[in-house]
Design a protein around this ligand. Structure first.
Ligand SMILES: O=c1[nH]cnc2c1ncn2[C@@H]1O[C@H](COP(=O)(O)OP(=O)(O)O)[C@@H](O)[C@H]1O
Length: 226
């Protein structure tokens, strides 16, 4: 007997507006509405979240802007915390459960809710529906979470630790965010990172463009020399 799926989602979840130039860089999988995604049969569902906090100030590396959390995964790639939703499980409940396992998230402090939903993409080759959330924390909550991460049950197994994404670019136009973008990312996590930075206005349209350009420029330099 098929298990009945619990679903607490509101009916008005819409597809976000994404400017055409950013769309072409960041939407690598079919973008769909949550309602359409619900109709897809025999696909697994996963949900991940970009947790971030505003952070004003400067350092010798450049303007700090904000704290954004990603994690180093068991497969050597970077991704956002989250994971597969169990059969019959509500997406938001499943996401909060995954966060407890992967980053020692305490959902009673600041649970991820449907207000934090951002978009859904369909990874057809892998029969996977990918839901993405973006949640703002206070800087205090973010720093507490960073300290708690190593206490999670998956630490040293599935998750090797949380990292803060560098949002600055140094004078050489490469160190910082452009260099970070040349790491290996799982699935569409790199594209989700760029979308998040733009969506929450941590970076302007021009700054996202430049970060992409400078990360690619360095790849070309390396190809020429080696
Ligand atoms: O940060 C991410 N953004 C988008 N997709 C991701 C991200 N991390 C993992 N995925 C995709 O979702 C699938 C399941 O995610 P994950 O590996 O986190 O699940 P698990 O923690 O339940 O094992 C992965 O196989 C990968 O294709």
């Amino acid at each position: 007997m098929a298990m009945e799926c619990v679903d607490s989602s509101p009916s008005d979840l819409s597809i976000p507006e994404i400017p055409a130039w950013l769309h072409s860089y960041t939407i690598k999988k079919h973008l769909t509405s949550y309602a359409e995604a619900k109709k897809i049969k025999n696909y697994r569902r996963a949900a991940h979240v970009c947790l971030w906090a505003r952070l004003e100030g400067w350092s010798m590396f450049g303007r700090l802007r904000g704290a954004v959390m990603m994690q180093l995964r068991f497969d050597g790639t970077f991704g956002f915390p989250g994971g597969l939703i169990s059969e019959g499980e509500d997406v938001v409940e499943g996401l909060n459960r995954e966060l407890m396992e992967e980053i020692a998230w305490n959902p009673t402090v600041a649970p991820v809710t449907w207000n934090d939903y951002y978009n859904t993409q369909v990874d057809s080759p892998h029969n996977l529906v990918l839901h993405f959330f973006i949640k703002q924390l206070t800087l205090g909550q973010f720093c507490d979470l960073e300290k708690a991460c190593p206490q999670c049950s998956e630490y040293g197994k599935e998750v090797m630790g949380s990292v803060r994404v560098p949002l600055y670019t140094m004078h050489n136009m490469y160190s910082g965010l452009p260099a970070f973008l040349n790491n290996k990312f799982t699935s569409i996590a790199k594209e989700q990172l760029l979308l998040s930075l733009y969506h929450v206005k941590l970076l302007s349209e021009e700054e996202v463009k430049l970060a992409i350009l400078h990360s690619q420029a360095d790849q070309h330099r390396l190809t020429r020399f080696f």
